[in-house]
Design a binder for this molecule. Structure first.
Ligand SMILES: Nc1ncnc2c1ncn2[C@@H]1O[C@H](COP(=O)(O)OP(=O)(O)OP(=O)(O)O)[C@@H](O)[C@H]1O
Length: 363
């Protein structure tokens, strides 16, 4: 049981590349923290620094009240689960799980108890004599989890543990990992570039970009109130529609909105549009020509382009670049390609940001 605290943590690689530019956050005892961000944002570097596999250039990492900057990985009381599982191919499942404990000279009866308990939890009890090659991808991943569990560490660290699995198995394993973590209440830090995995697993979500934290918090709060346009477009699929607010006509639609003065960018989530000819007071209406439709069964994605010439709605030519807008509607209905529609969003669905996208305006 442990908190993990990062204080102004920095990493400059040999050669001078600054991969982590001063990061602060705390993961409470038993919480599940997910680091998410695009490729190269530094999330693996940060996780490896917590693990002790990468040196720390500046700041402090504290695990369970102890600064671990100078402490060897083996002495940090953490267990890491990697993307490639890193199982020993010539060893049985049992021995793979027991290996780390034997290295610590734990008595065999204690090892047996721990391995059997982990195997029971992970439904691997019938497979303890098999070699990794005789297992499916999902089962191998569970052995890798088992190896972490038997250590009974203070902290689990996961580095994209599901990325080698097919889509269906990923979802199943995602649910299993979350259930397991709740059951064991072990503080966890999990790295992924998959925003859906991040949303569904996290108690605390840390959205990273370019070696810095863009936003940190509860995943739903981040979804509902993204702090920057980067977060707005990274969290949520399809992403939030973002439009520069150069048009006086859009501005006039926003006239009653106290936030409008400072705003340079308007954001609307695809699911927050309604296709209607009616007007919603204080809302925004966009005239769209439907370019493409994706029906996935439970919902339909409508891809439209803004019409420059639409009267009273979108834009005046030259003022607001027409862009593609995605509208998400429930069910398998929806307009036809080429049709002109009016997509309307209510005032409480409008996200406003400064022109540089770095700041959210209002609540
Ligand atoms: N040993 C190294 N020396 C120099 N630069 C490095 C080294 N390792 C990583 N980097 C750089 O640091 C940055 C962060 O890398 P990191 O692996 O942490 O990213 P990531 O967010 O985990 O990306 P991905 O999702 O692609 O794994 C990248 O720009 C990478 O090129």
């Amino acid at each position: 049981m442990a908190n993990v605290t990062l204080r102004n943590v920095r990493k400059t690689y040999v050669g001078g590349f600054e991969a982590i530019k001063g990061i602060d956050f705390e993961v409470g005892d038993g919480q599940f923290c997910v680091l998410v961000g695009p490729s190269g944002c530094g999330k693996s570097t940060l996780l490896r620094m917590v693990a002790g596999l990468e040196t720390i250039t500046g700041g402090e990492i504290d695990i369970g009240g102890r600064v671990v900057n100078q402490i060897e990985p083996a002495d940090r009381d953490i267990a890491m689960v990697f993307q490639n599982y890193a199982l020993y191919p010539h060893m049985s499942v049992y021995n793979n799980m027991a290996y780390g404990l034997r290295n610590r000279r734990m008595p065999e009866p204690e090892i047996k108890t721990r391995v059997e308990e982990a195997a029971r939890i992970l439904e691997l009890a019938a497979m303890l004599d098999r070699k990794p090659r005789q297992l499916s991808g999902g089962q191998r991943q569970r052995v890798a989890m088992g190896r972490a569990i038997v250590r009974q560490p203070k902290v689990f660290l996961f580095d994209e543990p599901l990325s080698n699995l097919d889509a269906k198995l990923r979802i199943a394993m995602r649910v299993e990992i979350r259930k397991l973590q709740r059951r064991l209440s072990t503080t966890s830090i999990y790295v992924t570039h998959d925003q859906l995995e991040a949303m569904t697993l996290a108690d605390i979500l840390v959205v990273m970009n370019g070696g810095q934290v863009e936003q940190i918090g509860n995943p739903l709060e981040i979804y509902q109130k993204p702090a920057t346009t980067f977060v707005a477009s990274f969290i949520g699929a399809p992403p939030m529609n973002l439009m520069p607010l150069r048009s006086d006509e859009i501005r006039s639609q926003l006239a009653g909105d106290s936030r409008a003065g400072e705003a340079g960018i308007l954001g609307i989530r695809p699911e927050d549009f309604v296709i209607t000819d009616e007007t919603i007071t204080g809302g925004v209406a966009l005239g769209l020509t439907v370019e493409a439709i994706e029906r996935v069964g439970a919902e339909t994605f409508v891809y439209g382009t803004r019409q420059k010439e639409e009267q009273g709605v979108a834009t005046t030519p030259g003022e607001l670049p027409p862009g593609e807008i995605i509208v998400r509607i429930p069910g398998a209905v929806g307009p036809a390609i080429g049709e002109r529609i009016r997509a309307v969003a209510a005032p409480d669905k409008l996200h406003l940001f400064t022109a540089d996208g770095r700041k959210r305006i209002g609540s």
